[in-house]
Write a protein that binds this ligand. Structure first.
Ligand SMILES: Nc1nc2c(ncn2[C@@H]2O[C@H](COP(=O)(O)OP(=O)(O)OP(=O)(O)O)[C@@H](O)[C@H]2O)c(=O)[nH]1
Ligand SMILES: [Mg+2]
Length: 261
């Protein structure tokens, strides 16, 4: 993480009474910004871990991850912001943490984990712009304050925490799909990563039975009718971008199994 964003993050957390740290429940450990937790703790702020997108994983996976984080002493809820699942428990926990009003919450988390969607869920109507892929239009540009209840406010934030590791998850979250000069190598890595967790993910998503990443990309290009004009070969770059986009959109079944208690 860059220095500038550490300062921004600190300013933001200072302004809030409770920090909502949003993770993608499909891959919580890879989308967990530990520096947010450290900062919140050092500034004496309450923190709720919000495991979002639970509609994309089986219930036992959601429960397993919630149990895992709660066992570490972290207040945790799992929700689906877009399906508005888990809103009641979530609101109740917030009310318990901020008995005194006015109060301000802030949402922080890696790009595309659903921060703006959570603001919309808590508001009860869509106001904060959301977008499916990094860098696309609708991407939250600056911190903005919304009213979500009687004397209760929430700050939606742009990507103040950017993953810096070399993991596939980190790379595709910090780079817009169009930003890859050659999207094939990263899509290949992503496919391998996904199939390591869900072996038949691409059969479920596209009806493609291959297990080899390049074969999957080729088959997808052929299926969609994407060919290079010059050579007539299947356009695997277009297929690669599609795989990355579909992963962000939750169209490819994927989740990491929670550790056993
Ligand atoms: N299936 C599913 N998709 C979700 C959920 N929450 C958000 N999304 C989708 O995830 C994408 C990103 O959501 P946003 O709310 O824009 O995420 P964000 O964290 O605000 O993104 P940035 O502001 O760009 O960092 C959108 O396509 C949302 O529709 C959810 O609970 N389930
Ligand atoms: Mg946003």
């Amino acid at each position: 993480m860059e220095l500038i964003s550490i300062r921004k993050l600190r300013d933001l957390i200072m302004r809030a009474d409770v920090v909502l740290e949003v993770l993608d429940i499909r891959n919580p450990l890879e989308t967990r910004p530990l520096n947010v937790e450290r900062l919140a703790r050092s500034l004496g702020k309450d923190l709720i871990l919000v495991l979002n997108k639970c509609d994309l994983v089986p219930l036992w996976v959601s429960r397993g991850w919630a149990r895992y984080f709660r066992s570490q002493g972290i207040k945790t809820v799992f929700i689906s912001a877009t399906r508005r699942y888990g809103a009641k428990v979530f609101r109740r926990l917030i009310s318990k943490l901020v008995p005194i009003r006015p109060a301000v919450l802030c949402v922080v988390g890696y790009p595309k984990v659903g921060k703006s969607s959570i603001v919309n869920m808590l508001k009860g109507k869509d106001s904060a712009p959301t977008s499916p892929t990094p860098g696309s239009t609708g991407y939250t540009k600056r911190a903005q304050l919304y009213k979500i209840g009687e004397d209760l406010y929430i700050i939606d934030t742009p990507g103040v925490v950017i993953p810096s590791s070399d993991s596939v998850e980190a790379i595709i979250r910090r780079t817009p799909v169009e930003g890859f000069k050659d999207p094939v190598p990263i899509a290949t890595k992503l496919i391998t990563y996904i199939t390591n967790h869900v072996p038949n993910a691409f059969e479920l998503a596209y009806g493609i039975k291959h297990r080899d990443p390049l074969k999957i990309l080729e088959a997808l290009a052929v299926k969609r009718g994407w060919y290079y004009k010059s050579t007539g070969e299947p356009n695997i770059e277009e297929a690669a971008r599609t795989v990355i986009r579909d992963y962000h959109k939750g169209k490819i079944p994927f989740y990491v199994i929670p550790p056993q208690p």
